[in-house]
Design a binder for this molecule. Structure first.
Ligand code: ZN
Ligand code: ZN
Length: 151
């Protein structure tokens, strides 16, 4: 079998290509049977006539789920944990919480409203940017892969 990403020969049913590290069937550049070059829209290899295999990456994170998580519980950074970006997800949660608690304590310490405002504005801008970059498909998961579309 050949890697459909780089065209190098790989063991049959290999999880990852030892040459390029991509799942061998998770690309559309080469025929998995003979290693001939293929185009993404091709269904059948022109050289050996075999049906070109396509593999959906099962670990790919879903774009719609990420978008919904961001929209409804984005303040907890959940969409970032979901995409494997735990560090920045926690940072987002802390930013939101610090704004929230600073706001709570403005009753006692009025000066804190500046801190609360900065945290909330910062969080809000970050949240909007996340929403837009997930919706437009620019947001990658923690391993730098694009989010999957559909189911
Ligand atoms: Zn490869
Ligand atoms: Zn072929």
């Amino acid at each position: 079998m050949y890697c459909r990403n780089c065209g190098k020969e790989v063991p049959v049913n290999a999880e990852f290509c030892t040459n390029c590290g991509v799942r061998p069937l998770n690309a559309e550049n080469f025929c998995q049977n003979c290693g001939a070059e293929t185009r993404p829209e091709q269904e059948v290899c022109l050289k050996c006539g075999i049906l070109l295999k396509k593999q959906k990456d099962p670990t790919r994170k879903n774009q719609l789920i990420a978008l919904l998580l961001c929209l409804f519980i984005g303040s907890l950074g959940v969409h970032r944990y979901y995409m494997g970006r735990v560090g920045s997800g926690v940072a987002m949660l802390l930013l939101y919480l610090s704004g929230f608690f600073a706001f709570l304590f403005t009753i006692r310490y009025r000066g804190l409203y500046v801190l609360a405002a900065i945290a909330f504005v910062g969080f809000f801008v970050w949240w909007i940017i996340d929403l837009i970059s997930i919706a437009t498909g620019k947001m990658k998961d923690g391993e730098g892969r694009e989010l999957g579309k559909g189911r």
